[in-house]
Design a protein around this ligand. Structure first.
Ligand code: ATP
Length: 278
């Protein structure tokens, strides 16, 4: 678990390739459930997956479906049970805490909202599965700086072109607004990729990019808020601080890999080993 940009995907691949070889990953990012917009939603690439099996990643047609938390609960629990029956280790990886909650709460009621509003409904502290929760955390200031840089990198990789192409095909114009249509970047850059859109590098584009950065940082804060809510509700989340890793990579320090190993990987491995021995 953790905010966007904290390093969840990378950690899961390190755990799966180097320490727990029978691991399979189940995506728990709401936007990454759908096919398409891989750069915009920041999906792990096939190369980065390093052969580790991934489930519920980019598999649903965004023009046909909006996956509800209740549906996710059914699909992901079935996947977990299948993996366990093969003696595999299921790793649930992603930043959408509402779907993680829907999957793991013993008593999940889709009508209740345990995260939002003045008086959110109580968290179910009982779980359906035995879990080892690893929360990769990064201090807000450092994460914000990193996220802003990451948005620029996503744009360099072709995010606007991806959006233009995706919505340029008549088919995808019917993309569900309640599903993939909600991804950060869609509404912010709409004026630039729609038929009447202006060229890149205009005022509209600059404003869109500014809003993407702002909304991404807001998303990260909301995600941490939800994690703290789960923790307060009795979920035993183990926090790992990855701040130094991002700080070092920002300042171009050469010790990034070392710090990642010590601060994040080694600590997570110990936590999982201990959990598996219990
Ligand atoms: P909410 O209660 O708002 O539904 P949630 O925990 O169910 O929150 P989040 O994953 O926090 O789900 O996503 C909330 C919103 O953040 C999404 O609707 C989307 O706008 C944006 N978002 C989340 N993940 C991504 C992503 N991978 N790419 C782009 N935008 C995203």
């Amino acid at each position: 678990m953790g905010a966007t940009g904290a390093g969840k995907s990378r950690l899961s691949i390190d755990l799966a390739t180097r320490f727990f070889k029978d691991s399979e990953i189940i995506n728990s990012d709401k936007m990454q459930l759908y096919r398409g917009l891989d750069i915009t939603t920041n999906k792990i690439t096939t190369q980065e997956q390093q052969g580790v099996p991934h489930h519920l990643l980019g598999v649903f047609d965004p023009t046909q479906s909006v996956i509800t938390p209740n549906e996710y609960r059914k699909l992901a629990s079935k996947t977990i049970i299948n993996i366990v029956s093969r003696n595999g280790l299921p790793l649930v990886v992603g930043g959408s805490n509402s779907v993680i909650y829907s999957l793991l709460a013993k008593h999940f009621n889709p009508k209740l909202d345990v995260f939002n509003g003045q008086n959110p409904d109580p968290i179910s502290s009982e779980l359906r599965f035995k879990c080892c929760f690893i929360w990769v955390d990064v201090c807000v200031k450092v994460l914000d700086r990193y996220l802003s840089k990451r948005v620029d990198e996503m744009l360099d990789k072709g995010m606007l072109e991806e959006l233009k192409e995706f919505f340029g095909s008549g088919e995808n114009l019917r993309v569900k607004r309640a599903g993939l249509g909600q991804a950060i970047g869609v509404s912010e850059l709409e004026g630039c990729f729609s038929n009447f859109g202006r060229a890149k590098y205009g005022k509209l584009y600059d404003e869109g990019v500014r809003r993407i950065k702002e909304n991404t940082c807001e998303l990260a804060k909301r995600q941490v808020g939800k994690i703290l809510r789960l923790k307060a509700g009795g979920w035993d989340l183990k926090r790992i601080d990855a701040t130094e890793v991002l700080r070092m990579s920002d300042s171009g320090g050469g010790k990034v890999a070392e710090i990642w190993e010590e601060d994040v990987v080694a600590r997570s491995v110990n936590m999982v080993k201990q959990f598996l021995e219990e």
